[in-house]
Design a protein around this ligand. Structure first.
Ligand SMILES: Cc1ncc(COP(=O)(O)O)c(C=O)c1O
Length: 419
C-alpha cells in the first residue's frame, strides 16, 4: 500500500506514480518513502519543501554530503573528453585511481593491484573468484555468520546465517557476548580439521552492519588473520560499507590492526557514482585470466574520476579527522537520547556509524516516521530499521556540529510523541 502523509500533496502524488511505474522490490522497506527534489550539504529537500537532515548518506555512500562543489569540479576535470564507457581501453584516469587507492593503503603490503566492479556485490564476487582461482584445489568458503556481502551470486551465498551453497561454512561473529578468543579459534580449527587443506578463503565484514551494527573487539579480526596466515588462506575484508573514513580511519583494516589480502571497497569510494574495487595481492588477483572478471561497466572513466575526486577532497579537507570529531559529538548526543527514551535499548557503533537498538519493530518504525515529521518544515531522515528494529545513524562524514545539534534536538522533541 502506498505511503502517504498529511499536508504532502506533491510527495503523495509522486509516491503513487512511483508505485505504479517502478517495482517495489527495488527498494528496501522504509516507512517514510521520502520524496526528494534537491540535496545539498547534509540536507535533503522534499517535494513539498521540507528540509531533512540526512542521517543516512544515501546508504553510506554520500560521505562528502550532496552537491559538493569541489568534488563535482574535479570529477568533471578528470573525465573531461573521455567516453562514458571505455571497454577494453586503457585510460590514464583508471591508472591514476588505481595507483592512488594502492597508495592510500600504505601500511598494508598486500595492496598491490586493483580489480574493478560496478557494485559492492560484484566486487565481493570478483574477490572470491580470485581467491578460488588462486587455490583451485580448495572448495570451502568460510564466512562470518550474520554478515551481509550483497544479494547477488557468491556474495549472497556467504551472507546471512545459512547458505544454499554446500561449500559455505559460517563461524561466529562477536555480538556483545563474552566468549573468549579460544571459542572462536576452536570454531576455525574445527573447519580446518573437517577438511584439511580445503579452505579457499575467509570473508568477513569489519563490523556487522546490516545485522544491526555489531562492532567486534580488535583481537577478533587479528585472530581470523592469524588463522588465515597459518593455512595460506586469502583473508577478504568487505569494506564496501566501511571504507573511506566511516570507522574513523580511512580504512577499517587500520581500525582493527590487520592487513587483509583483498579489501573490497564500494559505496563511498566514488561518492555516489556506481563503483566498487578490490585492492589486494597481485598474485591472487592475477590468478584470473583475460575476461574471467570482465563486464560492461567495471572501471568506467566516470567511476575512476569519481574515486580520484573523492580522494582529492579527503586530502584537501581532512575529511577523516573531521569525521572523528563529529563522531564524538554524535556519540554523546545519542547516549543522551538513550537516557531520555526508555525504548532505546542500546547505542552501538564506531566512527560515524551507529545503530540505535529500539525495543521492538513497531516502535523503531515510529521513530523513523516521527523523525521525518519532527517539525512542519524540518525533520531527520533515517532508512527503515536494520534487522527489524535498529536505526542506523550514518550521516555524511562532513556533518557540522550545528547540524548534529539540530538533528539531535529535533529527535528529542519528536520522539516523546511515540506512545
Ligand atoms: C558490507 C557490505 N557488503 C556488500 C554490500 C553489497 O553492495 P551492493 O549493494 O553495492 O551490491 C553491502 C551493501 O549494503 C554492504 O553493506
Amino acid at each position: 500500500m502506498t505511503i502517504s502523509f498529511d499536508n504532502e500533496p506533491k510527495s503523495n502524488a509522486l509516491r503513487l506514480l512511483m508505485d505504479q511505474y517502478v517495482a517495489q522490490s527495488q527498494s528496501t522497506w522504509t516507512p517514510t518513502q521520502v520524496v526528494i527534489t534537491r540535496a545539498k550539504g547534509r540536507s535533503l529537500w522534499t517535494a513539498d519543501g521540507r528540509r531533512l537532515i540526512d542521517f543516512t548518506s544515501g546508504v553510506l555512500v554520500s560521505n562528502l554530503g550532496y552537491a559538493h562543489r569541489g568534488f563535482e569540479k574535479r570529477m568533471a576535470k578528470y573525465c573531461k573528453g573521455l567516453p562514458l564507457n571505455a571497454y577494453n581501453m586503457v585510460t590514464e584516469v583508471q591508472i591514476d585511481a588505481s595507483r592512488r587507492l594502492i597508495r592510500s593503503m600504505q601500511g598494508n603490503a598486500n595492496a598491490q593491484q586493483t580489480l574493478w566492479a560496478a557494485s559492492g556485490s560484484e566486487g565481493i564476487q570478483k574477490a572470491m573468484w580470485a581467491a578460488m582461482h588462486h587455490h583451485p584445489e580448495r572448495n570451502i568458503l568460510v564466512a562470518t555468520r550474520g554478515g551481509f556481502h550483497g544479494k547477488k551470486g557468491l556474495a549472497a551465498d556467504v551472507s546471512g546465517e545459512t547458505s544454499p551453497n554446500p561449500n559455505v561454512r559460517f563461524i561466529s561473529f562477536p555480538m556483545g557476548g563474552d566468549e573468549p578468543e579460544a571459542f572462536y579459534r576452536a570454531e576455525l580449527d574445527a573447519i580446518w580439521n573437517e577438511a584439511p587443506d580445503k579452505v579457499a578463503l575467509l570473508i568477513t565484514e569489519p563490523y556487522l552492519g546490516a545485522k544491526g551494527s555489531y562492532h567486534p573487539p580488535k583481537w577478533y579480526h587479528q585472530l581470523l588473520e592469524q588463522w588465515c596466515r597459518e593455512h595460506d588462506i586469502p583473508f577478504i575484508f568487505d569494506e564496501v560499507q566501511a571504507c573511506f573514513g566511516r570507522t574513523g580511519n580511512m580504512y577499517a583494516w587500520q581500525s582493527y590492526g590487520v592487513q587483509p589480502d583483498l579489501v573490497v571497497l564500494g559505496k563511498g569510494v566514488a561518492s555516489g557514482v556506481p563503483a566498487s574495487v578490490v585492492v589486494g595481492r597481485a598474485d591472487v588477483l592475477g590468478s584470473l585470466h583475460y575476461g574471467e572478471a570482465s563486464d560492461t561497466f567495471s572501471g568506467v572513466p566516470g567511476a575512476c574520476a569519481a574515486v580520484c575526486a573523492t580522494l582529492d577532497v579527503f586530502e584537501d579537507e581532512k575529511v577523516v579527522a573531521h569525521a572523528r570529531r563529529a563522531a564524538k559529538w554524535l556519540r554523546k548526543g545519542l547516549e543522551a537520547l538513550k537516557q531520555k527514551f526508555p525504548f532505546i535499548l542500546e547505542v552501538r557503533g564506531e566512527g560515524l556509524v551507529f545503530g540505535i537498538d529500539i525495543a521492538d519493530a513497531a516502535t523503531a518504525d515510529a521513530c523513523v516516521v516521527e523523525a521525518y515529521r519532527a517539525k512542519t518544515k524540518r525533520g531527520v531522515h533515517f532508512l527503515g530499521p536494520l534487522a527489524g528494529k535498529v536505526l542506523r545513524v550514518s550521516p555524511p562524514l562532513t556533518i557540522t556540529r550545528d547540524e548534529v545539534d539540530e538533528a539531535l534536538t529535533l529527535l528529542s522533541e519528536a520522539w516523546p510523541r511515540i506512545g
